[in-house]
Design a protein around this ligand. Sequence first.
Ligand code: MSP
Length: 500
Amino acid sequence: MTTPIYYVNDVPHIGHAYTTVTADALARWHRLLGDDVFFLTGTDEHGLKIQRTADANGITPQEQADRTSARFREVWEMLGISNDDFIRTTEPRHITSVQSFMQAIFDNGWIRKGTYSGQYCVPCEAYYNDADLVDGNCPIHNRPVEWLEEDNWFFELSKFEQPLLDWYASNPGCVQPDGKRNEALGIIRQGLEDVSVSRTSISWGVPVPWDEGHVFYVWYDALINYATAVGYGADPERFAEWWPAVHHLIGKDILRFHCVYWPAMCLAAGIEPPHRIGVHGFLLVGGEKMSKTSLNQIFPADLVTDFGVDGFRYHFLRDNPFGPDGDFSYEAMVTRFNTDLANNLGNLLSRVATVVGKKCDGIGPAPSPTSPLAAVSVEAYADTAAAWANMTPSLALEATWRLVREANAHLEINEPWKMEPGPELDAVMGDALEVLRLVSILATPAMPDTCAEVWKRIGLPGTPGEQRLPDAAAWGGYPGGLAVDKGEALFPRMTMPTND
Ligand code: MSP
């Protein structure tokens, strides 16, 4: 499972966090399924953009990279990201891997010399055709492009139109969602031109092994990080163990690189392209993409202070359907927090713990095998699992929360707070505890700490993250006879900010 590697010119904002939290949740879901998971993130440290940022800051590009890469690590740690590795493209392991990867493409005869000139957007690190420009500006950054001309090495992408179409035809689920797959196919069908993969105008890059004085264009260095981290060129056995069972998660702005260039590079190097690429839309603020120049960036720490780590994670996973753009709103975040977390999950735990404390001597009873909630849980599990498999976290959490809501409704119908102690009350409470057990497991990818806390409070040993699906999702796993601890409110309700 991979995230894009982030450019080190900019500190992490909630757009970056959105991608990384989603990848983390997917990695955690796969771990629950018992899959072997290697979860990779990192930083993209070469190229003109970084060189210029460093110049502007009066430091070396390496210093710029060291500082900002550390910021990414800190933020991911704060957000509970469970990555197994953190790759930096300036590491020696990556430099040798890029050189062997590109050398393989060269040796296979897919790289030739040529001259390149065109309109270049430095923030994108990409050339644009005149037709792509909007009023002469970069279509993504809406700022002027620059004319660049250089002698380059070219990758013969044009020869990969048919191999790519064939690969897409035999791997129908490789790009998610379908709309993004069609977009990638559209780009390929329009016709592909050879692309320049080296630069002589800059020095901040990986040297081209067969031609001194050239460095690889940053994208051809960056994409290879995914292969480096699992041993490309250094440890063939390890590489074979993981590749091509790779799931990339990316934003829509880098679709062309991941869904067209990267599979072609893999084919050219003689390896299979990655199995899956999930493409999400942008997180907008006030309808605009976040950027340093628009001064509309929101940083994860600002929101974590108000909502906690799990409140933050839950919001971005639940409120942004994977694929389309989503507009961030603090108000929507408060509403979602109060509805789903304070009123639904938090309330379920607090009601159950209160009644168990008052009427069951604080000992949680076992669920009833014939509970009406059993069927609800089967459906909730099936829908949750299908949604994670489709890389749609918002639908997965929606399905899991149907179970939370049904459990609250079950309590409201039975009103255990008015019942006398006895088997009937025990069944109602046992059923609710069983739902809390199930939800702790199913929501662990989104809210690992909260779920571990719920698990502990209902008296279960270990952690929900250690459970294995699908077995752990079978109704009736809560054994009963465990001490239930009410504790503090999980999610104290938030008040809507006023505009003054
Ligand atoms: N370095 C390249 C990726 C190389 S991967 C081999 C890059 N870096 S980036 O830092 O500019 O962006 C990384 C990811 O963050 C992209 O997937 C991008 O879509 C995502 N996001 C950056 N801003 C975003 C939003 N406002 N919303 C959602 N995702 C955004 O591109």
